[in-house]
Ligand binder design. Structure first.
Ligand code: SF4
Length: 329
């Protein structure tokens, strides 16, 4: 039964509490993985919005490459510091190990196994989360991830899609297609691995109609989770140059709330809404500059949803729809 204070969608903290029966936090680490899209050698390689740190948590320093013996030590330092902090600050009782920065399946399986095992040995983790790209998943890597699930861990992969339109993916330099995303998604789901889909709202050339098409596609997959980001323009990126030229205009808070409501209402009720906005540190963010902080945004969103009787799944359509990308004929 939903409590009065709960927002009208399935939050990640509620999922974690229901799944684990206590207060669970993720320990985000950087194990030194890189990204094949940045190293591809093509001009301006990498996603146009990619900052140099590849989404590494701002408090983490760069690491040696994965498998380097110095990694184990720095991994231990990161885990020890994070657990101490999360216990003191949030009274965290249990933890999930989260490989966050860059593409955390971008290495041979033997290296991945060594790095994941080293990390998991550092604390009694309840789960393993791995952020990566669709072109860094294959059957062998999915088998490895599935083996942690067989050990009783709650295993999640965060898979970047961003948009279900191939033309936009090309424009933002993602270096993969919707078809590749779908292939990776199915390989993971066939092994019982939970998948959270990363999406960006307000990408160049896209507004509400394109976004609704993307959400219909994602909803038809019944994903375990989604992570929503509003388009941010970090300094020093290709996107920053486009912004300076007046070629793009990242949505403000009002538009993003409309986008988020349109998405949440069309997603299945069981999909965990893991994130609602981007949190680029102020000193690296060019635009949008006046955006409410997370807590304020979520309060505004919940109030707007309640006011109009909106709730997760209200407009969810039957999942028997075909799985073709809306960007294709
Ligand atoms: S996939 Fe991630 S790390 Fe790689 S270029 Fe894109 S944003 Fe950067």
């Amino acid at each position: 039964v939903e409590q009065a204070s709960e927002p009208p969608y399935l939050t990640y903290s509620r999922y974690l509490h229901e799944r684990h029966g206590c207060t669970v936090y993720r320990v985000a680490v950087d194990a030194g993985f890189s990204c094949p899209n940045r190293a591809s050698g093509r001009a301006g390689a990498g996603c146009t919005y990619c900052a140099e740190d590849g989404s590494r948590a701002p408090y983490l320093a760069p690491l040696p490459p994965p498998g380097d013996e110095r990694c184990a030590q720095t991994l231990a330092e990161q885990v020890g510091q994070a657990i101490g902090f999360l216990r003191r600050r949030y009274a965290a009782e249990a933890f999930i190990l989260f490989f966050q920065a860059f593409s955390n399946t971008n290495a041979p399986v033997a290296v991945l196994r060594r790095v994941y095992d080293e990390g998991l040995d550092l604390a009694p983790f309840r789960g393993l989360s791995v952020a990566t790209r669709p072109d860094c998943i294959d059957a062998e890597k999915a088998d490895l991830l599935g083996s942690y699930r067989d050990r009783g861990l709650d295993v999640w992969v965060e898979l970047g899609l961003q948009t279900a339109h191939d033309a936009t993916l090309e424009r933002i330099g993602r270096g993969h297609t919707v078809g590749q995303f779908l292939g990776a998604y199915q390989v993971l789901k066939a092994r019982g691995i939970k998948v959270a889909v990363h999406l960006i709202f307000g990408l160049p050339g896209e507004s509400l109609p394109q976004l609704v098409e993307t959400i219909r596609f994602v909803a038809s997959l019944k994903p375990d989770g989604v992570k929503i980001h509003n388009l941010h323009v970090p300094a020093g990126t290709v996107l920053a140059r486009e912004y300076a030229m007046g070629e793009i205009a990242p949505p403000g808070a009002h538009t993003h709330i409309e986008y988020v409501i349109a998405a949440i209402e069309r997603l299945p009720p069981q999909t965990v809404i893991m994130r609602l906005l981007c949190e680029t540190p102020e000193d690296r963010l060019l635009a949008p500059r006046s955006f409410p902080v997370k807590q304020r945004f979520t309060s505004q969103l919940a109030a707007a949803m309640r006011e109009r009787g909106a709730f997760q799944g209200r407009l969810y359509e039957d999942p028997d729809a075909d799985l073709r990308s809306p960007g294709k004929a």
